[in-house]
Write a protein that binds this ligand. Structure first.
Ligand SMILES: NC(=O)C1=CN([C@@H]2O[C@H](COP(=O)(O)OP(=O)(O)OC[C@H]3O[C@@H](n4cnc5c(N)ncnc54)[C@H](OP(=O)(O)O)[C@@H]3O)[C@@H](O)[C@H]2O)[C@@H](O)CC1
Ligand SMILES: [K+]
Length: 448
């Protein structure tokens, strides 16, 4: 499973607007469909490696792409069958159908398979779940190699509904831009490897996939305070704060103080017990503070969060500290790192896809939100969105959230914009997890 890095993502409405803008700009929609079909044909030609191909065409423009691909494949000498679910229902799809001169089978009850199936039944126009009888017909192709055109038919491209597609894809070719379904569970796993054919659409940069993480080396004149001084506050489970502090050092912070922690992973971390927390918060060299790892809701947490807010420093707020801080967050530059349960408690009443909900939460809080999970989404209050699918399945283990909070702190402490800091921290976290791989425990992310 993979998606292209730093690639645009559009909802189906935004996709239609981008299409319309293309048409207004002088590129007829038929040209877009021709480019889409050609890209599908090119991929199918490579994947088929000489074997026959069966193209399943739906009634809309997704089916239109299928007819174009069929014509292009035959031009390249591939044996192609086309099976249609219904007559084309759009002018564009009809025109594409008319230019396909081969036979069109009905997609009946017992369709003969082929080594490679191209699923061009439904794309962003799906408006309801697939009928059970169609799903049963498609199940018969299970085990064949499948290319999904734009999205696997049956998934909600916007990622709002969790409809399951009957036929998961080996490769999904997204057209124009990725859609939320390519980067959100449960649909993302059904897409297999997602590729993008940009087909000349201007998709903008507001919503994207994570860029490849490139840790810039500190500049030659860097010293420890310029690289960022971070304060991590420990609660009743100080091991969590120790992980955060260790991660912050690993992620590039120059100087890390763990207030209230005893056993820290590196001698370079200043572990302080006693009453120095407020004094440390007032240190003019301090770049950022982390509160929340290993710190359940309590009066003590409320006091520590209030002191952190009072300091005016950029903050990373994790776990119970998120709900504790929200009422007083104001203009504070902050990164909030909730997992699904914490998100639901901190931001009740939000609807839509994980992208929609995270965007709304960031706006409501006036802070950057990292909505953690296997399909992590990062949102800024100004509408920027970054999707981190696929992360690493090995990150689903205790303590990795504490590590992420520390990495966020390191990036914030060096003066990054909060969204850029969150993106860099998530990228760093995933890259390290992938490098370690099977059997990862959170300590490895810090120590390895
Ligand atoms: N974006 C771009 O730039 C480009 C986009 N292109 C392509 O166009 C695709 C979008 O095309 P699209 O809008 O025509 O919708 P599409 O997904 O083919 O389906 C709509 C049809 O399905 C029907 N229908 C819906 N649900 C159903 C159900 N459960 N069961 C049965 N029927 C159902 C629906 O009928 P209705 O809902 O009215 O009953 C309608 O007839 C896009 O994904 C990409 O592949 C490229 O060609 C070029 C450039
Ligand atoms: K499809």
């Amino acid at each position: 499973m993979s998606v292209p890095t730093d690639a645009p993502i559009l909802t189906s409405n935004a996709m239609r607007a981008a299409e319309a803008a293309c048409a207004t700009g002088g590129t007829p929609l038929a040209d877009l469909m021709e480019r889409a079909g050609a890209a599908v044909a090119d991929l199918a030609w490579r994947m088929a490696a000489g074997a026959p191909v069966l193209i399943l065409c739906g009634p809309g423009n997704n089916g239109g792409d299928g007819y174009v691909a069929a014509r292009r494949l035959v031009e390249r000498g591939v044996r192609v069958r086309v099976a249609a679910l219904a007559e084309p229902a759009t002018d564009l799809a009809r025109a594409a159908r008319d230019r396909w001169t081969g036979p069109v089978e009905a997609l009946g009850d017992d369709p003969a398979p082929a080594p490679l199936i191209v699923d061009a039944l439904f794309g962003v126009g799906l408006s309801r779940p697939l009928a059970a009888d169609l799903a049963a017909r498609l199940h018969r192709f299970a085990g064949r190699r499948v290319i999904a055109v734009d999205v696997p038919s049956g998934v909600d491209a916007d990622g709002v509904q969790d409809w399951a597609p009957p036929l998961a894809a080996d490769v999904t070719l997204a057209l124009g831009a990725l859609k939320p379904a390519h980067v959100l569970l449960p649909a993302a796993v059904c897409c297999g490897r997602t590729l993008l054919a940009s087909i000349g659409i201007d998709a903008g940069r507001a919503m994207r996939t994570l860029p490849r993480w490139q840790g810039a080396a500190p500049d030659a004149s860097a010293h420890k305070f310029r690289r960022g001084m971070l304060l991590v506050r420990a609660g009743p489970m100080p091991g969590a704060a120790a992980l955060s502090a260790g991660a912050a050092l690993r992620a590039g912070a120059g100087y890390v103080v763990a207030s209230g922690a005893r056993d820290v992973p590196f001698a370079a971390i200043i572990a302080e017990e006693g009453e120095s927390y407020s004094r440390r918060l007032a240190d003019p060299r301090l770049g950022a503070a982390v509160v929340g790892p290993g710190y359940p809701a309590s009066a003590a947490l409320d006091r520590d969060v209030a002191a952190a807010l009072e300091s005016g420093k950029p903050l990373v707020l994790d776990a119970a500290a998120i709900a504790a801080a929200l009422p007083g967050l104001g203009e504070t530059s902050a990164i909030l790192t909730p997992h699904e349960g914490e998100f639901a408690r901190a931001f009740p009443g939000l609807t839509g896809s994980k992208v929609d909900r995270t965007r709304a939460a960031a706006k409501r809080a006036g802070a950057v939100v990292i909505h953690k999970g296997a399909d992590t989404v990062i949102a800024a209050p100004d509408g920027r969105i970054m999707a981190a699918w696929p992360g690493s399945p090995w990150l689903a283990t205790a303590g990795t959230g504490d590590v992420l909070a520390g990495a966020c702190g390191a990036m914030l402490a060096r003066g990054d914009d909060a969204f850029d800091a969150a993106v860099a921290a998530v990228g760093w976290h995933i890259l390290r997890a992938r490098a370690i791989g099977p059997g990862l425990v959170a300590d490895d992310l810090v120590k390895a």
